[in-house]
Design a protein around this ligand. Structure first.
Ligand SMILES: [Mg+2]
Length: 227
């Protein structure tokens, strides 16, 4: 407890806790890479909302339950270096660890379980399947399916999170900057100049352990040797 200046650290998943984008993996798995990149391109050209681009991408990929399980296994195989150690150190210092993502269960839960993050600290969007476990839709009403969703969720959980650090690579993470006590931009997987420009702290090293000194005071590097 001695080093604690924050109560919670909230992690994004894709390109933060893991070294790839889950939707890219699913598109590849389903042979829909071209469709996905077309949608991404037209979304970048302007007027499509995050929700609309998500809608189009998910309809193109149509991932079944088993595909989401495969994504979960892929998450576990491609954890960002230092993630496991970072989570252990934070927990040892009495800091709660959380996951906040627009991605889906069961994949995110599989990752959380592997990393030792409690299931009650895992916040995701919802995906729906039919009785044969085929893709139906995702929860369009969930704030995480649209811009500004992460700030809404952090405010909803504020009482439980307390003084909060958020770490993420993307614009949906950055949008929640004002809702947390410290935002750390993570460019260790994908370097994003826009996020770097807007983040007081921006990490470019490919190892998540580099966030520790910003979170724990008097952090001794030899503490790492315990792990
Ligand atoms: Mg991300």
């Amino acid at each position: 407890m001695k080093n604690r200046k924050y109560d919670s650290v909230v992690f994004d998943v894709d390109s933060t806790l893991v070294t790839f984008e889950g939707l890219d993996f699913l598109a590849k798995l389903k042979g829909k890479e071209k469709e996905l990149s077309k949608i991404t391109k037209s979304a970048m050209n302007g007027d499509m909302s995050m929700r609309e681009s998500m809608e189009r991408k998910m309809r193109a990929i149509s991932p079944d339950f088993e595909d989401i399980v495969k994504m979960g296994n892929e998450y576990i195989k491609n954890i960002t270096p230092g993630a496991l150690e970072t989570i252990k150190i934070l927990k040892t210092n009495g800091i709660q660890t959380w996951i906040l993502t627009g991605n889906f269960q069961p994949a995110v839960g599989m990752l959380a379980n592997f990393l030792g993050i409690k299931s009650t600290n895992v916040i995701t969007n919802n995906i729906f399947f039919d009785e044969n476990k085929k893709y139906l839709s995702f929860d369009r009403e969930n704030p995480l399916s649209n811009n500004g969703g992460k700030a809404i969720k952090i405010n909803e959980f504020k009482n439980k999170m307390g003084k909060t650090v958020l770490i993420g690579d993307g614009s949906t993470d950055l949008e929640a900057k004002e809702s947390v006590n410290l935002f750390i931009g993570f460019g260790g997987v994908i370097f994003r100049p826009k996020i770097k420009a807007a983040s007081k702290i921006y990490i470019t090293e490919p190892n998540l352990m580099t966030i520790i000194p910003y979170i724990l005071d008097n952090y001794q590097s030899e503490d790492i040797s315990l792990y």
